[in-house]
Design a protein around this ligand. Structure first.
Ligand code: MN
Length: 273
């Protein structure tokens, strides 16, 4: 990108739904941007019945226009804020009316399992197509989502649980004629890699399918929501086999100290800047 900024001019509100304070402390709050002095607002949301209700209540009270929603187990590098700002300037200079930005997303032509935006997912490794400019996608992964409060976008309060709310808000943006972009930033998702999708995930699948039937097929970072539910059927078959074989349900557990992990993997260390 041509425009390089020396300092961030806009304060940001970061919203984190928290289920485990230890995970929050060792991951999101250990991100280099928060370890020193900073001017951002951090809203921690606890005890909500769904991600959508947690996030909407945060939008209401946020003091800044720019709002970032991230998982408690996501770690953002030092450069993250300036890359976000460069991306916003790039989009606004091109008069692109953006609705939602993120770190990882998919579009119809992405191909199975290939997302846009390079990230590290614990249990998977470094993955996703590296980008140098913001790239238009259909939907974004929930790990990181960015909106402007002034856009009027809200999460769908009728969507239950903590799944597919990123897909839903991207479709709400599309409905308003707003564009979805992955920005060229790197982040780490220190997740527990699940082998079997929980039943709540499928409840969200059906909810999205019903609400956004006119946009089928809908490509998401985890599943394709389609008329004949091909991905869902395959996924359920896989999960049933796993249950019959009584295999473990979590493939990889998140690491306790992700900063140590970054030090141990040279490629990860060079991307995490
Ligand atoms: Mn997570």
């Amino acid at each position: 990108m041509s425009k390089v900024l020396n300092s961030m001019t806009e304060s940001i509100t970061f919203v984190i739904p928290v289920a485990d304070d230890e995970v929050l402390k060792n991951n999101f709050l250990s991100s280099p941007i928060f370890t020193g002095k900073h001017k951002h607002e951090i809203i921690i949301q606890r005890g909500f019945i769904s991600a959508s209700t947690a996030y909407n209540s945060a939008i209401k009270i946020s003091i800044n226009d720019l709002v970032v929603f991230a998982h408690q187990d996501v770690i953002l590098p030092e450069s993250w804020v300036s890359r976000l700002e460069e991306s916003i300037i790039y989009l606004e200079n091109k008069s692109i009316n953006w609705g939602v930005l993120g770190c990882y997303g998919v579009r119809a032509e992405s191909g199975k399992g290939i997302g846009i935006g390079k990230v590290y997912t614990h249990g998977v490794g470094i993955h996703g197509q590296e980008i140098v400019m913001p790239e238009n996608v259909d939907t974004l992964d929930e790990i990181v989502l960015v909106i402007r409060k002034s856009s009027g976008l809200l999460f769908n309060p009728t969507l239950p649980n903590y799944h597919l709310y990123g897909t839903d808000i991207c479709l709400s943006a599309r409905e308003k004629g707003l564009k979805i972009y992955v920005i060229p930033t790197f982040c780490i998702h220190n997740t527990n890699q699940l082998l079997i999708l929980p039943k709540e995930y499928f409840a969200c699948y059906w909810h999205i399918k019903k609400r956004w039937i006119k946009y089928l097929p809908i490509f998401t970072s985890c599943i394709m929501i389609s008329r004949f539910n091909r991905d869902l059927v395959l996924r359920r078959f896989h999960d049933t086999c796993m249950k019959i074989l009584r295999r473990k349900t979590v493939a990889t557990q998140r690491v306790e100290n992700p900063m140590q992990l970054i030090e141990q993997i040279p490629k990860l260390k060079s991307l995490f800047r």
